[in-house]
Design a protein around this ligand. Structure first.
Ligand code: LLP
Length: 419
Protein backbone atom coordinates (compact mmCIF):
# COMPACT_ATOMS: atom_id res chain seq x y z
CA UNK A 1 0.00 0.00 0.00
CA UNK A 2 1.16 3.51 -0.71
CA UNK A 3 0.86 6.30 1.78
CA UNK A 4 0.86 9.83 0.50
CA UNK A 5 0.34 12.89 2.70
CA UNK A 6 -3.23 13.01 3.91
CA UNK A 7 -3.94 9.28 3.59
CA UNK A 8 -2.86 6.35 5.73
CA UNK A 9 -3.96 3.00 7.17
CA UNK A 10 -4.35 2.32 10.89
CA UNK A 11 -3.36 -0.89 12.70
CA UNK A 12 -6.90 -2.20 12.36
CA UNK A 13 -6.66 -1.98 8.56
CA UNK A 14 -8.91 1.04 8.01
CA UNK A 15 -7.86 3.61 5.44
CA UNK A 16 -8.06 7.22 6.66
CA UNK A 17 -8.08 10.63 5.06
CA UNK A 18 -6.60 13.02 7.60
CA UNK A 19 -8.63 12.35 10.81
CA UNK A 20 -11.58 10.57 9.15
CA UNK A 21 -11.95 6.90 8.22
CA UNK A 22 -12.89 6.65 4.53
CA UNK A 23 -15.61 4.05 5.19
CA UNK A 24 -17.40 6.70 7.29
CA UNK A 25 -16.97 9.30 4.55
CA UNK A 26 -18.51 6.82 2.06
CA UNK A 27 -21.41 6.19 4.43
CA UNK A 28 -22.06 9.88 4.93
CA UNK A 29 -21.81 11.12 1.33
CA UNK A 30 -22.60 7.96 -0.61
CA UNK A 31 -20.62 6.50 -3.48
CA UNK A 32 -19.20 7.15 -6.00
CA UNK A 33 -17.59 10.18 -4.38
CA UNK A 34 -14.34 12.10 -4.76
CA UNK A 35 -12.53 12.84 -1.50
CA UNK A 36 -9.62 15.28 -1.21
CA UNK A 37 -7.25 16.01 1.64
CA UNK A 38 -6.75 19.69 2.26
CA UNK A 39 -3.40 19.06 3.97
CA UNK A 40 -2.15 17.04 1.00
CA UNK A 41 -3.05 19.78 -1.46
CA UNK A 42 -1.48 22.45 0.71
CA UNK A 43 1.69 20.49 1.28
CA UNK A 44 2.22 19.92 -2.46
CA UNK A 45 1.44 23.56 -3.14
CA UNK A 46 3.96 24.74 -0.53
CA UNK A 47 6.66 22.50 -1.95
CA UNK A 48 6.28 24.20 -5.32
CA UNK A 49 5.98 27.65 -3.83
CA UNK A 50 9.08 27.40 -1.67
CA UNK A 51 11.14 25.73 -4.42
CA UNK A 52 10.39 28.52 -6.90
CA UNK A 53 11.15 31.43 -4.59
CA UNK A 54 9.76 34.90 -4.87
CA UNK A 55 10.80 35.94 -8.38
CA UNK A 56 8.58 33.38 -10.08
CA UNK A 57 4.95 32.35 -10.09
CA UNK A 58 3.26 28.99 -9.70
CA UNK A 59 0.26 29.09 -12.04
CA UNK A 60 -1.83 26.08 -11.06
CA UNK A 61 -3.31 24.37 -14.16
CA UNK A 62 -7.04 24.69 -13.53
CA UNK A 63 -7.84 21.87 -15.95
CA UNK A 64 -6.49 19.31 -13.47
CA UNK A 65 -9.23 20.11 -10.97
CA UNK A 66 -11.21 23.33 -11.16
CA UNK A 67 -13.71 22.91 -8.35
CA UNK A 68 -14.34 26.35 -6.84
CA UNK A 69 -13.41 25.46 -3.25
CA UNK A 70 -10.12 24.03 -4.39
CA UNK A 71 -9.30 27.07 -6.53
CA UNK A 72 -10.28 29.29 -3.63
CA UNK A 73 -7.95 27.37 -1.30
CA UNK A 74 -5.06 27.86 -3.73
CA UNK A 75 -5.98 31.51 -4.36
CA UNK A 76 -5.80 32.11 -0.61
CA UNK A 77 -2.26 30.74 -0.73
CA UNK A 78 -1.42 33.25 -3.44
CA UNK A 79 -1.59 30.96 -6.45
CA UNK A 80 -1.49 32.08 -10.03
CA UNK A 81 -3.56 30.11 -12.52
CA UNK A 82 -3.14 28.61 -15.98
CA UNK A 83 -6.47 28.54 -17.82
CA UNK A 84 -7.54 27.20 -21.20
CA UNK A 85 -11.05 28.59 -21.62
CA UNK A 86 -13.43 31.38 -20.73
CA UNK A 87 -15.11 28.89 -18.40
CA UNK A 88 -11.89 28.35 -16.47
CA UNK A 89 -11.36 32.12 -16.27
CA UNK A 90 -14.85 32.47 -14.79
CA UNK A 91 -14.08 29.75 -12.25
CA UNK A 92 -10.85 31.49 -11.19
CA UNK A 93 -12.61 34.84 -10.82
CA UNK A 94 -15.51 33.37 -8.83
CA UNK A 95 -13.03 31.56 -6.60
CA UNK A 96 -11.29 34.84 -5.77
CA UNK A 97 -8.21 34.31 -7.96
CA UNK A 98 -6.19 37.34 -9.06
CA UNK A 99 -6.62 37.90 -12.83
CA UNK A 100 -3.20 39.59 -12.95
CA UNK A 101 -1.72 36.18 -12.10
CA UNK A 102 -3.58 34.30 -14.84
CA UNK A 103 -1.98 32.94 -18.01
CA UNK A 104 -4.28 31.81 -20.81
CA UNK A 105 -3.10 28.73 -22.77
CA UNK A 106 -4.89 26.60 -25.37
CA UNK A 107 -4.87 26.16 -29.15
CA UNK A 108 -8.39 27.35 -29.91
CA UNK A 109 -9.18 30.49 -27.95
CA UNK A 110 -12.47 31.99 -29.12
CA UNK A 111 -12.92 35.73 -29.72
CA UNK A 112 -15.31 36.12 -26.82
CA UNK A 113 -12.91 34.30 -24.50
CA UNK A 114 -10.05 36.55 -25.61
CA UNK A 115 -12.11 39.71 -25.11
CA UNK A 116 -13.23 38.65 -21.64
CA UNK A 117 -9.68 37.77 -20.58
CA UNK A 118 -8.34 41.07 -21.90
CA UNK A 119 -11.01 43.00 -19.99
CA UNK A 120 -10.31 41.00 -16.83
CA UNK A 121 -6.65 42.07 -17.04
CA UNK A 122 -4.89 38.71 -17.23
CA UNK A 123 -1.11 38.50 -17.04
CA UNK A 124 -0.52 36.91 -20.44
CA UNK A 125 -1.97 35.09 -23.42
CA UNK A 126 0.13 32.06 -24.35
CA UNK A 127 -0.36 32.29 -28.10
CA UNK A 128 -0.37 29.08 -30.13
CA UNK A 129 -0.31 30.27 -33.77
CA UNK A 130 0.26 33.24 -36.06
CA UNK A 131 -3.47 33.31 -36.80
CA UNK A 132 -4.31 33.50 -33.10
CA UNK A 133 -1.77 36.31 -32.59
CA UNK A 134 -3.52 38.27 -35.34
CA UNK A 135 -6.94 37.68 -33.79
CA UNK A 136 -5.72 38.79 -30.35
CA UNK A 137 -4.17 41.93 -31.87
CA UNK A 138 -7.47 42.76 -33.60
CA UNK A 139 -9.45 42.38 -30.39
CA UNK A 140 -6.89 44.42 -28.44
CA UNK A 141 -7.26 47.16 -31.04
CA UNK A 142 -11.03 47.18 -30.75
CA UNK A 143 -10.81 47.19 -26.94
CA UNK A 144 -8.26 50.00 -26.94
CA UNK A 145 -5.82 48.15 -24.69
CA UNK A 146 -2.70 46.27 -25.78
CA UNK A 147 -2.73 42.53 -25.19
CA UNK A 148 0.09 40.94 -23.15
CA UNK A 149 1.44 37.95 -25.09
CA UNK A 150 3.94 35.12 -24.96
CA UNK A 151 4.36 32.66 -27.79
CA UNK A 152 3.93 29.06 -26.78
CA UNK A 153 6.81 27.49 -28.64
CA UNK A 154 7.11 23.87 -29.46
CA UNK A 155 10.63 22.83 -28.44
CA UNK A 156 10.34 19.41 -30.17
CA UNK A 157 11.41 17.44 -27.11
CA UNK A 158 10.20 13.91 -26.50
CA UNK A 159 8.59 13.85 -23.05
CA UNK A 160 8.51 10.02 -23.02
CA UNK A 161 4.95 9.85 -21.76
CA UNK A 162 1.64 8.52 -23.06
CA UNK A 163 1.10 9.75 -26.67
CA UNK A 164 -2.28 11.24 -25.75
CA UNK A 165 -0.65 13.58 -23.26
CA UNK A 166 2.60 14.38 -25.11
CA UNK A 167 2.33 17.91 -26.42
CA UNK A 168 5.83 19.15 -27.22
CA UNK A 169 6.72 17.08 -30.29
CA UNK A 170 7.08 18.73 -33.70
CA UNK A 171 4.03 16.93 -35.14
CA UNK A 172 1.66 17.87 -32.32
CA UNK A 173 -1.08 20.49 -32.68
CA UNK A 174 0.39 22.51 -29.82
CA UNK A 175 2.69 25.49 -29.96
CA UNK A 176 4.68 27.30 -32.62
CA UNK A 177 7.84 25.75 -34.12
CA UNK A 178 10.98 27.27 -32.62
CA UNK A 179 12.25 28.23 -36.09
CA UNK A 180 9.09 30.20 -36.83
CA UNK A 181 8.88 31.84 -33.43
CA UNK A 182 11.63 34.40 -33.92
CA UNK A 183 10.03 36.13 -36.92
CA UNK A 184 6.68 36.15 -35.13
CA UNK A 185 8.28 37.74 -32.06
CA UNK A 186 9.70 40.52 -34.23
CA UNK A 187 6.29 41.07 -35.74
CA UNK A 188 4.63 41.15 -32.30
CA UNK A 189 7.27 43.46 -30.82
CA UNK A 190 6.66 45.97 -33.63
CA UNK A 191 2.87 45.83 -33.19
CA UNK A 192 1.51 48.53 -30.85
CA UNK A 193 -1.58 46.39 -30.21
CA UNK A 194 0.58 43.77 -28.49
CA UNK A 195 2.97 43.72 -25.53
CA UNK A 196 5.52 40.93 -25.68
CA UNK A 197 5.81 39.53 -22.16
CA UNK A 198 7.52 36.19 -22.43
CA UNK A 199 8.02 32.74 -23.87
CA UNK A 200 5.90 29.74 -22.93
CA UNK A 201 6.04 26.00 -23.45
CA UNK A 202 4.49 22.80 -22.12
CA UNK A 203 5.82 19.51 -23.43
CA UNK A 204 3.55 16.90 -21.89
CA UNK A 205 2.13 15.46 -18.73
CA UNK A 206 2.95 12.68 -16.21
CA UNK A 207 6.68 13.06 -16.88
CA UNK A 208 8.76 10.76 -14.71
CA UNK A 209 12.11 12.32 -15.53
CA UNK A 210 13.02 15.98 -15.45
CA UNK A 211 15.55 15.61 -18.29
CA UNK A 212 13.07 16.53 -21.08
CA UNK A 213 11.90 19.53 -19.01
CA UNK A 214 15.42 20.85 -18.63
CA UNK A 215 16.18 20.18 -22.31
CA UNK A 216 13.10 22.20 -23.27
CA UNK A 217 14.09 25.00 -20.86
CA UNK A 218 17.54 25.06 -22.48
CA UNK A 219 15.96 25.61 -25.89
CA UNK A 220 13.77 28.39 -24.50
CA UNK A 221 16.86 30.00 -22.95
CA UNK A 222 18.63 30.02 -26.33
CA UNK A 223 15.60 31.66 -27.96
CA UNK A 224 15.35 34.18 -25.11
CA UNK A 225 18.99 35.19 -25.62
CA UNK A 226 18.44 35.71 -29.33
CA UNK A 227 15.35 37.84 -28.66
CA UNK A 228 17.06 39.88 -25.96
CA UNK A 229 19.93 40.41 -28.41
CA UNK A 230 17.43 41.92 -30.83
CA UNK A 231 16.18 44.31 -28.17
CA UNK A 232 12.98 42.37 -27.38
CA UNK A 233 12.55 42.59 -23.61
CA UNK A 234 11.06 39.61 -21.79
CA UNK A 235 9.34 39.68 -18.44
CA UNK A 236 9.02 35.92 -17.91
CA UNK A 237 9.56 32.42 -19.22
CA UNK A 238 6.74 29.98 -18.58
CA UNK A 239 8.08 26.42 -18.44
CA UNK A 240 4.63 24.76 -18.29
CA UNK A 241 3.63 21.87 -16.06
CA UNK A 242 4.00 18.15 -16.57
CA UNK A 243 5.51 16.60 -13.44
CA UNK A 244 4.32 13.02 -12.95
CA UNK A 245 2.85 11.49 -9.81
CA UNK A 246 2.64 8.12 -8.10
CA UNK A 247 -0.16 5.90 -9.42
CA UNK A 248 1.21 2.37 -8.89
CA UNK A 249 4.98 2.05 -8.76
CA UNK A 250 6.24 5.26 -10.36
CA UNK A 251 9.00 7.21 -8.63
CA UNK A 252 8.34 10.78 -9.81
CA UNK A 253 10.88 13.54 -9.24
CA UNK A 254 9.99 16.03 -6.50
CA UNK A 255 8.59 19.53 -7.10
CA UNK A 256 12.01 20.87 -6.04
CA UNK A 257 13.73 18.74 -8.70
CA UNK A 258 11.20 19.95 -11.27
CA UNK A 259 11.85 23.58 -10.37
CA UNK A 260 15.63 23.12 -10.36
CA UNK A 261 15.52 21.46 -13.80
CA UNK A 262 13.60 24.31 -15.41
CA UNK A 263 15.15 27.26 -13.59
CA UNK A 264 18.83 26.28 -13.95
CA UNK A 265 19.00 26.89 -17.73
CA UNK A 266 17.10 30.19 -17.33
CA UNK A 267 18.99 31.59 -14.37
CA UNK A 268 21.15 34.27 -15.98
CA UNK A 269 18.43 35.70 -18.24
CA UNK A 270 17.03 38.10 -15.66
CA UNK A 271 13.44 36.99 -16.21
CA UNK A 272 10.80 35.61 -13.87
CA UNK A 273 10.08 31.88 -14.21
CA UNK A 274 6.50 30.61 -14.27
CA UNK A 275 5.44 26.99 -13.97
CA UNK A 276 2.00 25.47 -14.55
CA UNK A 277 1.74 22.29 -12.47
CA UNK A 278 -1.67 20.64 -12.27
CA UNK A 279 -1.46 16.92 -11.61
CA UNK A 280 1.50 17.20 -9.23
CA UNK A 281 -0.52 19.43 -6.89
CA UNK A 282 -3.81 17.56 -6.70
CA UNK A 283 -3.57 13.97 -8.04
CA UNK A 284 -2.25 12.24 -4.93
CA UNK A 285 -4.44 14.43 -2.72
CA UNK A 286 -7.61 12.74 -3.95
CA UNK A 287 -9.31 9.37 -4.08
CA UNK A 288 -12.47 8.15 -5.74
CA UNK A 289 -14.57 6.03 -3.40
CA UNK A 290 -16.70 3.37 -5.03
CA UNK A 291 -18.80 0.53 -3.66
CA UNK A 292 -18.86 -3.02 -4.99
CA UNK A 293 -22.40 -3.76 -6.17
CA UNK A 294 -22.02 -7.33 -7.44
CA UNK A 295 -19.51 -10.09 -7.99
CA UNK A 296 -19.87 -12.28 -11.07
CA UNK A 297 -17.90 -14.87 -13.04
CA UNK A 298 -17.60 -14.89 -16.83
CA UNK A 299 -15.22 -16.84 -19.02
CA UNK A 300 -13.15 -18.00 -16.07
CA UNK A 301 -12.72 -14.47 -14.73
CA UNK A 302 -14.19 -12.87 -11.67
CA UNK A 303 -15.62 -9.36 -11.99
CA UNK A 304 -16.27 -6.87 -9.22
CA UNK A 305 -18.92 -4.53 -10.56
CA UNK A 306 -18.62 -1.18 -8.81
CA UNK A 307 -20.92 1.84 -8.73
CA UNK A 308 -18.36 4.22 -10.28
CA UNK A 309 -17.91 4.13 -14.01
CA UNK A 310 -15.85 5.71 -16.74
CA UNK A 311 -18.34 8.57 -16.55
CA UNK A 312 -17.03 9.37 -13.07
CA UNK A 313 -13.37 8.64 -13.73
CA UNK A 314 -12.26 8.39 -17.33
CA UNK A 315 -8.49 7.94 -17.15
CA UNK A 316 -8.38 4.11 -17.01
CA UNK A 317 -10.76 3.83 -20.00
CA UNK A 318 -9.16 6.60 -22.04
CA UNK A 319 -5.46 5.99 -21.41
CA UNK A 320 -5.39 2.50 -19.92
CA UNK A 321 -4.02 4.38 -16.93
CA UNK A 322 -3.04 2.08 -14.05
CA UNK A 323 -4.13 2.94 -10.53
CA UNK A 324 -3.77 1.57 -7.03
CA UNK A 325 -7.06 0.24 -5.68
CA UNK A 326 -7.61 -0.57 -2.01
CA UNK A 327 -10.42 -1.76 0.20
CA UNK A 328 -11.02 1.06 2.69
CA UNK A 329 -11.90 -1.30 5.54
CA UNK A 330 -10.79 -4.84 6.43
CA UNK A 331 -13.05 -7.70 5.24
CA UNK A 332 -13.19 -11.43 5.74
CA UNK A 333 -12.99 -11.93 1.97
CA UNK A 334 -9.94 -13.62 0.55
CA UNK A 335 -7.58 -11.52 -1.55
CA UNK A 336 -7.74 -12.74 -5.18
CA UNK A 337 -7.46 -11.34 -8.69
CA UNK A 338 -10.60 -9.60 -9.94
CA UNK A 339 -11.46 -7.29 -12.81
CA UNK A 340 -12.91 -4.09 -11.37
CA UNK A 341 -15.50 -2.77 -13.80
CA UNK A 342 -18.17 -0.07 -13.82
CA UNK A 343 -21.85 -0.17 -14.80
CA UNK A 344 -21.47 1.75 -18.08
CA UNK A 345 -22.29 -0.14 -21.28
CA UNK A 346 -18.75 -0.11 -22.70
CA UNK A 347 -16.05 -2.74 -22.32
CA UNK A 348 -13.56 0.08 -21.74
CA UNK A 349 -15.41 0.78 -18.48
CA UNK A 350 -12.73 -1.09 -16.56
CA UNK A 351 -10.69 0.24 -13.65
CA UNK A 352 -8.31 -2.70 -13.24
CA UNK A 353 -7.73 -6.21 -14.60
CA UNK A 354 -6.69 -9.23 -12.51
CA UNK A 355 -6.17 -6.93 -9.56
CA UNK A 356 -5.60 -8.59 -6.17
CA UNK A 357 -8.40 -7.44 -3.87
CA UNK A 358 -10.43 -8.83 -0.96
CA UNK A 359 -13.59 -8.08 -2.96
CA UNK A 360 -16.97 -8.54 -1.27
CA UNK A 361 -20.37 -7.10 -2.21
CA UNK A 362 -20.97 -3.85 -0.36
CA UNK A 363 -17.27 -3.27 0.22
CA UNK A 364 -15.92 0.20 -0.51
CA UNK A 365 -12.81 0.66 -2.62
CA UNK A 366 -10.59 3.71 -2.90
CA UNK A 367 -9.12 4.44 -6.31
CA UNK A 368 -5.98 6.30 -5.31
CA UNK A 369 -4.39 9.36 -6.92
CA UNK A 370 -7.67 10.40 -8.54
CA UNK A 371 -7.52 14.08 -7.54
CA UNK A 372 -6.33 15.29 -10.96
CA UNK A 373 -8.17 14.86 -14.26
CA UNK A 374 -10.92 13.06 -12.34
CA UNK A 375 -13.99 15.12 -11.45
CA UNK A 376 -13.19 17.55 -14.27
CA UNK A 377 -13.43 14.83 -16.89
CA UNK A 378 -16.70 13.33 -15.58
CA UNK A 379 -19.57 13.02 -18.03
CA UNK A 380 -23.26 12.16 -17.95
CA UNK A 381 -23.13 9.31 -20.47
CA UNK A 382 -25.77 6.65 -19.73
CA UNK A 383 -27.68 9.48 -17.96
CA UNK A 384 -25.47 9.15 -14.93
CA UNK A 385 -25.40 12.18 -12.60
CA UNK A 386 -21.87 13.34 -11.83
CA UNK A 387 -20.44 12.46 -8.41
CA UNK A 388 -19.99 14.73 -5.39
CA UNK A 389 -16.66 16.06 -4.15
CA UNK A 390 -15.71 16.28 -0.49
CA UNK A 391 -12.75 18.17 0.96
CA UNK A 392 -11.53 16.82 4.28
CA UNK A 393 -9.75 19.13 6.69
CA UNK A 394 -8.68 17.32 9.85
CA UNK A 395 -11.83 15.72 11.22
CA UNK A 396 -14.13 18.02 9.24
CA UNK A 397 -15.57 17.17 5.86
CA UNK A 398 -16.90 19.80 3.48
CA UNK A 399 -19.21 18.91 0.64
CA UNK A 400 -17.66 21.16 -2.00
CA UNK A 401 -19.83 19.88 -4.83
CA UNK A 402 -22.99 17.92 -4.20
CA UNK A 403 -24.05 14.96 -6.27
CA UNK A 404 -25.77 16.10 -9.45
CA UNK A 405 -29.52 15.49 -9.48
CA UNK A 406 -31.50 14.06 -12.38
CA UNK A 407 -33.25 17.44 -12.72
CA UNK A 408 -29.86 19.15 -13.13
CA UNK A 409 -28.78 16.48 -15.56
CA UNK A 410 -31.75 17.29 -17.80
CA UNK A 411 -31.84 21.05 -17.16
CA UNK A 412 -31.57 22.98 -20.41
CA UNK A 413 -33.36 20.34 -22.48
CA UNK A 414 -36.74 20.98 -24.08
CA UNK A 415 -39.44 18.76 -25.52
CA UNK A 416 -40.59 19.45 -29.05
CA UNK A 417 -43.34 22.08 -29.05
CA UNK A 418 -46.82 20.69 -29.93
CA UNK A 419 -47.48 20.96 -33.66
N1 LLP B 1 -0.04 23.74 -18.97
C1 LLP B 1 -0.56 23.38 -20.16
C2 LLP B 1 -0.49 24.32 -21.28
C3 LLP B 1 -1.18 22.13 -20.31
O1 LLP B 1 -1.68 21.78 -21.48
C4 LLP B 1 -1.24 21.25 -19.19
C5 LLP B 1 -1.88 19.94 -19.31
C6 LLP B 1 -0.69 21.68 -17.97
C7 LLP B 1 -0.09 22.93 -17.90
C8 LLP B 1 -0.73 20.85 -16.72
O2 LLP B 1 -0.02 19.68 -16.86
P1 LLP B 1 0.24 18.75 -15.59
O3 LLP B 1 1.14 19.49 -14.64
O4 LLP B 1 -1.07 18.44 -14.97
O5 LLP B 1 0.89 17.55 -16.16
N2 LLP B 1 -6.15 14.34 -19.02
C9 LLP B 1 -4.77 13.88 -19.04
C10 LLP B 1 -3.81 15.03 -18.85
C11 LLP B 1 -3.91 16.11 -19.90
C12 LLP B 1 -2.95 17.23 -19.66
C13 LLP B 1 -3.13 18.31 -20.64
N3 LLP B 1 -2.35 19.49 -20.41
C14 LLP B 1 -4.61 12.82 -17.96
O6 LLP B 1 -5.57 12.53 -17.27
O7 LLP B 1 -3.54 12.25 -17.82
Amino acid sequence: MSTSPGFGRDDGGRLWVESLPLDEVAERFGTPCYVYSRAAIESRWQRYRSALGTDGDVCYAVKANGTLALLNLLARHGAGFDIVSGGELERVLRAGGDPARVVFSGVGKGSEEIRRALRAGIRCFNVESAAELERIAGIADAEGRPAPVALRVNPDVNPETHPYIATGLAQSKFGIALEEAEALYQQAAADPRLQVRGIACHIGSQLLSVAPLSEAAGRLAALARRLQGQGIALDHIDAGGGLGVHYVDEQPPSPAEHIEAVTAPLRDLGVAVLVEPGRAIVAEAGVLLTRIEYLKHNGGKEFAIVDAGMTDYLRPALYDAPHTLEAVAPTQAECRPVDVVGPVCESADTFARDYPLPAAPGGVLAIRSAGAYGAVMASQYNARPRPPEVLVDGSRSHLIRRRETLDELMAGEALLAEE
